[in-house]
Design a protein around this ligand. Structure first.
Ligand SMILES: [Zn+2]
Ligand SMILES: [Zn+2]
Length: 318
């Protein structure tokens, strides 16, 4: 009788512990990187699929590399459907941060095999796509605007900075912010699913180098979300190691400049950024330069950011 009682007490106390141990903290988003680098490797350039956890309604943030990244993700069993279904059915729209080739070449090259969807971006970005890529001089016009005949597969959806837009055929909303990227305007996309957010930045320079307020304005806008712990991840570029002269940054960040920006965000949010997920994108080869960037970020990570280096075809969950 006594032993039986002890056993029940043991089970009573242990069962909740065991149950809890098996439950992973709830995540809100799934990100599948299709390409993670800047630079010359055309098989691995900026492109990130993003969906609410449990949904197959993804958007694609930039579209430098699609085909090779999807093939790798399917080979890794990151998706359980064939590659053509990922391209045609899972990707519901493209978000192009700026019209540099390393951010949209995959979309252009894969357009003949693709299905009908929206291309979102700032007006200036869409204008460049319309007048330089989906024209009959450089490719075929798969869009529903620009040179005739229009094949009408893609629909341009200009985003107005400062206002939130529903993303068609997904459960998500987006807000665009302008970024300074040397001679042109790049974009940050703040994506919302219910009450949770991911912030994706296209290529960007630092305010101090670009003589701009764009980063400051972006941090001021997301600071309340950081404070409320609703911002699940920031995806931001670091293209060059420290020591790259300012005049050779061409609108990109170094580890030092990234940490300055994070300090500014921390100040505006008024909270510690410890364990904030920061996904570092657009590292530029050569390999030894990438190693240097990682070492320099680690050495200067005084605030304890959770620095994440995405891998092509491997899902991230936040
Ligand atoms: Zn660029
Ligand atoms: Zn780039």
């Amino acid at each position: 009788m006594y032993n039986h009682h002890k056993l029940s007490l043991f089970i009573f106390l242990l069962l909740p512990v065991l149950t809890f141990a098996q439950v992973k903290p709830a995540t809100s988003f799934r990100i599948v990187p299709l390409g993670v680098l800047g630079g010359a490797d055309e098989s691995n350039l900026s492109a990130y699929m993003l969906a609410p956890q449990g949904s197959d309604n993804y958007i694609c943030l930039d579209a430098g590399t699609l085909h090779y990244g999807i093939a790798k993700a399917v080979a890794n069993k990151t998706f359980s459907v064939p590659a053509d279904a990922v391209l045609r059915k899972y990707i519901k729209g493209y978000f192009i941060s700026h019209a540099h080739l390393d951010h949209l070449a995959g979309m252009v090259i894969n357009s003949p095999d693709d299905t009908s969807k929206n291309i979102y971006g700032l007006k200036s970005t869409l204008e460049t796509i319309k007048t330089h890529y989906f024209t009959w001089e450089s490719w075929a016009n798969f869009a529903d605007d620009g040179g005739a005949p229009q094949l009408k597969k893609y629909h341009y959806k200009p985003l107005e900075p400062g206002s939130e837009t529903d993303i068609d055929n997904t459960e998500m909303q987006v807000q665009a912010f302008p970024l300074s990227h040397s001679n042109l305007t790049s974009t940050a996309f703040l994506v919302r699913s219910k009450d949770n957010y991911v912030l994706y930045l296209g290529d960007t320079g630092a305010d101090e180098v670009e003589k701009s307020q764009n980063m400051h304005n972006l941090w001021a806008a997301v600071a309340p979300l950081v404070k409320a712990k609703k911002l699940k991840a920031i995806m931001i570029e670091v293209s060059f190691p420290n020591g790259q002269p300012d005049k050779s940054l061409f609108g990109h960040l170094t580890p030092r400049l990234l940490m300055n920006e994070m300090r500014e965000l921390g100040k505006l949010a008024g909270v510690s950024l410890q364990r904030l997920n920061v996904v570092v994108t657009h590292l530029k080869p050569p390999y030894n330069s990438i190693i240097k960037i990682k070492q320099q970020l680690k050495a200067s990570n005084k605030s304890g950011l959770n620095l994440i280096y995405p891998q092509q075809g491997k899902a991230l969950e936040f």
